[in-house]
Design a protein around this ligand. Structure first.
Ligand SMILES: Cc1cc2nc3c(=O)[nH]c(=O)nc-3n(C[C@H](O)[C@H](O)[C@H](O)COP(=O)(O)OP(=O)(O)OC[C@H]3O[C@@H](n4cnc5c(N)ncnc54)[C@H](O)[C@@H]3O)c2cc1C
Ligand SMILES: NC(=O)c1ccc[n+]([C@@H]2O[C@H](COP(=O)([O-])OP(=O)(O)OC[C@H]3O[C@@H](n4cnc5c(N)ncnc54)[C@H](OP(=O)(O)O)[C@@H]3O)[C@@H](O)[C@H]2O)c1
Length: 469
């Protein structure tokens, strides 16, 4: 099959890296990007607003996250909060040929990342249709049929069809989905949750709505954060530092990510049930936390592909429970639906870096410079992983060193193509980057401790003097 046209859905860092790879590969006669926001940067576009509707529990991956209407237009709330710094050293986020500015703190503020992505996308703007939301993607007999809608007052932010701004329907040989994986909150249906929500409305939130500890500092009583990954850890750390008060965190497994620690953060076990009558939460070891006034679910997100409604209703859906995307080879290429691919869907990976490599790998597949294994082989590889990881959110996880192995395998494929240097050659990690990746937890701790003591951020030059790397 020859893929001459492609669209990229999403103008975050990963969509942009993918588009650049296709452009550099050359040979496509039409490349189009769709972005529902009015600018690049995806999740790094911080704003004060929270989602208008939060399902409790939130377990249905077909839920559509709509924008919030403001007097200035439409805003897409996201999880990026006020004082967010990266939890990954910036050299690991760099795309080939595009450096962060000299002297950037090793774990930069969110604004630095947004600036980086915006600059990276400067020469790609003409390919993108901004304020354009993809609302439906279907498999046609020969190509993909993509329906997009203007995000404007007449369509209520891309939610409804309008006669003044009718939907656009186009065909593409390939559809590359780079919409991010942190948009639809996951709130598990814990025992007692529904009753709690009825009896104590507005005391259950998701970490996606967190912006600053000052917004919850006034709460007179205990705050319980559920989840022991980046969001749970950082919310507790920020709250403890800001208020000097205790905060409680329920952790069902050890954390895999770096983050600040404080004696004020009290770790508790996994939850057994919520007891709204007594305002308490009971844990699996029988212990109990009383006087609970706010529960923050930092329990991650559902994988959601609402614009594949028809495919999801077939016997070969892409999404079922929202834990993973089905039928993918190398967490990326849909072997069930050739021409369809998903970018940077793994947790714990460095998404920009992974996207650049996946984009370049996909470009070679689409231009038929790389061939794929047989359908049966790709299916078997997925089955093997399923046996190992189960049908869980951990299915796509790529923690260190699995991520290095994974990107290394794709890079080897890329480099096996004659003349690969003429396409986008993704940034390859040297020993220094590998050491940054390996030591990220320790480096983050050192930088946070230094900041606590001095109010200053460490740069790569500073940490290089500390003999950690
Ligand atoms: C709180 C938080 C902190 C993080 N911190 C780090 C960090 O420190 N370091 C790091 O490397 N990563 C971090 N991440 C991971 C983060 O997801 C990536 O950095 C990066 O944003 C991934 O880029 P993306 O392009 O895949 O997705 P996104 O940034 O989510 O961009 C996806 C884009 O797709 C658009 N889109 C979605 N649906 C449609 C549609 N139907 N039609 C048109 N456009 C659509 C969205 O508007 C959005 O602009 C963090 C994530 C969160 C939630
Ligand atoms: N730059 C930063 O400092 C920063 C800050 C916040 C977020 N982030 C990024 O944002 C992304 C999302 O992170 P996240 O922490 O929101 O989500 P996440 O990484 O998916 O973690 C979800 C957490 O919830 C727990 N959990 C899930 N279901 C549960 C259940 N039914 N009961 C109890 N616990 C449950 C998980 O435990 P298990 O592991 O046992 O499943 C895990 O601890 C990541 O890429 C992260 O790095 C970065």
């Amino acid at each position: 099959m020859s893929y001459n046209s492609a669209c990229i859905i999403g103008g975050g860092a990963c969509g942009l890296a993918t588009l650049r790879a296709l452009i550099k590969e050359g040979g496509f006669d039409r490349l189009v990007g769709f972005e529902q926001r009015d600018s690049f940067g995806g999740i790094w576009n911080h704003n004060e607003l929270a989602d208008q509707v939060l399902e409790i529990p939130s377990i249905d991956p077909s839920t559509i996250v709509n924008p919030v209407t403001t007097k200035d237009g439409f805003v897409w709330p996201n999880a990026v909060y006020d004082d967010l710094q990266t939890n990954t050293p910036y050299p690991l986020m760099e795309l080939n040929g595009h450096s962060f500015p000299e002297g950037t703190p090793l774990f930069p503020h969110r604004t630095v990342v947004l600036d980086y992505i915006s600059k990276y996308g400067e020469d790609l703007k003409s390919y993108y249709r901004f304020e354009t939301r993809v609302v439906d993607v279907q498999k046609g007999s020969k190509s993909w049929i993509v329906r997009s809608r203007k995000v404007c007052a007449e369509t209520e932010g891309g939610v409804k069809e309008s006669t003044e701004f009718p939907d656009t329907i186009e065909e593409f040989d390939a559809v590359l989905v780079a919409i991010g994986v942190y948009d639809l909150p996951f709130i598990p249906a814990l025992s007692g949750l529904n009753e709690w929500n009825k009896l104590k409305p507005n005391t259950i939130v998701h970490s996606k709505t967190y912006r600053h500890p000052r917004n919850i500092a006034h709460i007179d009583g205990n705050i319980l954060v559920i989840g022991n990954s980046a969001s749970g850890i950082d919310i507790c750390y920020q709250y403890a530092r800001f208020t000097g008060k205790n905060i409680y965190k329920s952790a069902r497994s050890p954390s895999k990510v770096p983050g600040g620690t404080s004696e004020l953060v009290i770790d508790l076990p996994d939850i057994d049930f919520l007891d709204p009558e007594s305002e308490s939460v009971v844990f699996v070891d029988g212990s109990r936390l009383e006087n609970v006034k706010l529960i923050i679910f930092a329990t991650g997100y559902l994988r959601s592909l609402p614009f594949f409604k028809l495919i999801n209703a077939t016997n070969k859906p892409l999404i079922t429970s929202g834990a993973r995307i089905h039928g993918l080879y190398k967490h990326c290429w849909s072997y069930e639906y050739p021409g369809l691919a998903f970018i940077a869907i793994s947790r714990y990976v460095l998404p920009f870096h992974a996207a650049e490599i996946q984009g370049s790998w996909l470009a070679k597949i689409l231009r038929q410079k790389l061939s794929l294994p047989s359908y049966e082989q790709m299916q078997e590889e997925e089955k093997q992983l399923l046996r190992l990881r189960g049908d869980t959110p951990a299915f796509h996880d790529l923690t260190f060193p699995d991520d290095v192995e994974y990107t290394g395998a794709l890079l080897r494929d890329i480099k096996s193509c004659i003349g690969y240097e003429n396409g986008l050659v993704p940034k390859e990690w040297t020993e220094r980057e590998l050491s940054l990746r390996k030591n990220t937890k320790l480096l983050k701790k050192v930088c946070l401790d230094h900041f606590e003591k001095t109010g200053e951020n460490l740069t790569i030059a500073d940490v290089e003097k500390l003999s950690i790397l």
